[in-house]
Write a protein that binds this ligand. Structure first.
Ligand code: PGA
Length: 253
């Protein structure tokens, strides 16, 4: 089964507009000159999205927001709606990153509502989830991940999955330098695909891209991405330098 392959860089709260433009110029020069077998995505902060979209208007590189509000519009000071994103040419949004869950208290129910709002705006959703270290140590990681997916996404119709990409990001591997082994990633990704298959059938499960995130770097990307059910990665720290990010993308040369 040939699934979409995706390498997405999550910049988090890094890069002002000057740094962001410099980074995407460097990436575009390399990526647009060659045919990689993966889609490449960057996700700047809200304030830098429009500038980066404009810089990348002739590039293959896609741009995602890191978050959005679940409401259409109104008295929600400091928040950004889905239609504001599409109005500046954004086509994708990351929902449910572990930092949003842990630091900003975003619950499964809220993330389900954000996913609905994103899909209502025809945004593609990169939906993140993953277990804590304690949950893995106690052997609950499969149940935790199953529950996050069920609560966040299983109210959707099968057809909605054309606009969904999953990102398994074990919390203990994010920004820690510790990576899930390729075997641990494959084992979880196969589990996730089985859970989706049981609910929606093989037609949906087989074509659903499942990305791995958590300390992916040039030295480990190729081995992780070579696993059957790993369809690319969501990259934090190593997405902030042209050389590092290209080192990861070149796993799909
Ligand atoms: P990391 O972050 O690559 O720095 O571990 C991944 C993520 O948070 O998406």
């Amino acid at each position: 089964m040939m699934r979409r392959k995706i390498v997405a860089g999550n910049w988090k709260m890094n890069n002002d507009i000057n740094q962001g433009l410099e980074l995407v110029k460097g990436l575009a020069k390399e990526i647009d000159a060659k045919n990689y077998n993966a889609e490449v995505v960057v996700s700047p902060s809200f304030v830098n999205l429009a500038g980066v979209v404009s810089e990348l208007k002739d590039s293959k590189i896609g741009v995602a927001a890191q978050n959005m509000n679940e409401n259409v519009s109104g008295a929600f000071t400091g928040e950004v709606s889905g239609s504001m994103l599409t109005a500046i040419g954004i086509e994708k949004v990351i929902i449910g990153h572990s930092e949003r869950r842990a630091i900003y208290g975003e619950t499964d129910a809220l993330l389900a509502a954000k996913t609905d709002a994103a899909l209502a705006n025809n945004l593609e959703v990169i939906f993140c989830f993953g277990e804590l270290l304690e949950e893995r140590k106690s052997g609950n990681h499969f149940d935790v991940v199953t529950s996050q997916i069920e609560k966040g996404l299983f109210h959707l119709e099968a057809s909605a999955f054309d606009k969904i990409v999953l990102a398994y990001e074990p919390v203990w591997a994010i920004g820690t330098g510790e990576t899930a082994s390729p075997e641990q990633a494959q084992e979880m990704h196969a589990h996730i695909r089985k859970v989706v298959d049981a609910k929606y059938g093989a037609a949906v499960a087989d074509k659903l891209p499942i990305l791995y995130g958590g300390s992916v770097k040039p030295s480990n990307a190729k081995e992780i991405f070579s696993k059957e059910d790993v369809d690319g990665g969501l990259i934090g720290g190593a997405a902030l330098k042209v050389e590092d990010f290209m080192g990861i993308i070149s796993a799909f040369e």
